[in-house]
Ligand binder design. Sequence first.
Ligand code: F6P
Length: 375
Amino acid sequence: MLGKKNKKKKRIAILTGGGDCPGLNMVIKTVSQYAMNHYGWEVIGVKNALNGLLNEIKFDGPDADLIEFNPTFSFNEYVRQGGTFLGSFRKLKTKRFKEANTDEQLVNVMLPLFKKHIKELNIDGLIATGGDGTMFMLNFLCERAKIPFVGIPKTIDNDTPGTEISVGFSSAVDACVNALDSIFWTAKGHRRAIVSQVMGRNTGHLAMHAGVASGADIILVPEIPYTLAGVIKKIKTIRSLEHRDYFMIVVAEGCGLEKGKALPKNATYTVAEYIAKALDKEKIEARADNFGYLQRGGIPNGYDRMLGVELAVLAVDMMAEGQTAVMAGMKDGKPVRVPLKSVCKKETRKLDLNSPIVKAAVKTGIYIGDLKKTK
Ligand code: F6P
């Protein structure tokens, strides 16, 4: 059972929302320990994202919805693990939430429960990790429940507006580079083109960074249209100039078909398979691979742990200063305060085509599509 609130102490809740990624456990640890030890607050960990606060709350047992942290709680094993020990969900679990079809209906069923539980649990503020969607929804609910909200960006796609980097991205780049380093030997040994598909529904940050870091020959991202003729031409150039007959191709899952055409909704193939098939037709032996969740799991690297600590400290400080509707972001390598209004109004943060990584890809002769055809 949750301990009775000490009336003199502030009590905050922390949760992790959206898709998991490495580094979240360091955020949970830092927010909790800094808030408890430095500010003397009480901290409640909410399990399974917003689900832990909306359904009938279970206080005890293995499937309890809340963890009441205290200064002796041991976070140390968790920070070395991937995922989030609080759990996360993209969707709300209960039937009544699933049946709410519009945002308005969803809010109508969620808001009364959210307000009720926030009041019953005496929560004075909420800190949460998430992408722009999660942060927008939580801020909306907090505003109406009259408690402050502070967000911390996380996503392996690195596409949250208002921050140059999100927790999880760097470890995901490492995971992709490791996988590409393994695949290289099969490509070389079998003299094949291997088309490796990495995550990135709308953006190509992960594909571009992992591709450049692993020495890929071709990198395809949603931001830049490409042609199959361009891909084939690049392969033929490598053959004639380097006398090399194995090729590394990295594609973002959202890069679509050639010339900016979208993958059909009911497609039974991936973009990597589409490209591999086109190469096979040209007598270039090709295989497709899809890295899937190995990119999102795994041990957080050093950078993501440091980032998690820096952003969590700023998030708690902002909460202490009474700020709300804000996100702790990164700009020029430093933690900065970002109004959520500016995060949620903007489109997904696309790969900057003038960024050093894109320029370097072009200058070193990697085929990345047709930059002139970008909008
Ligand atoms: O949001 C990050 C992301 O990794 C996307 O690139 C990918 O499309 C998606 O998650 C997959 O999410 P889910 O596990 O919910 O299907």
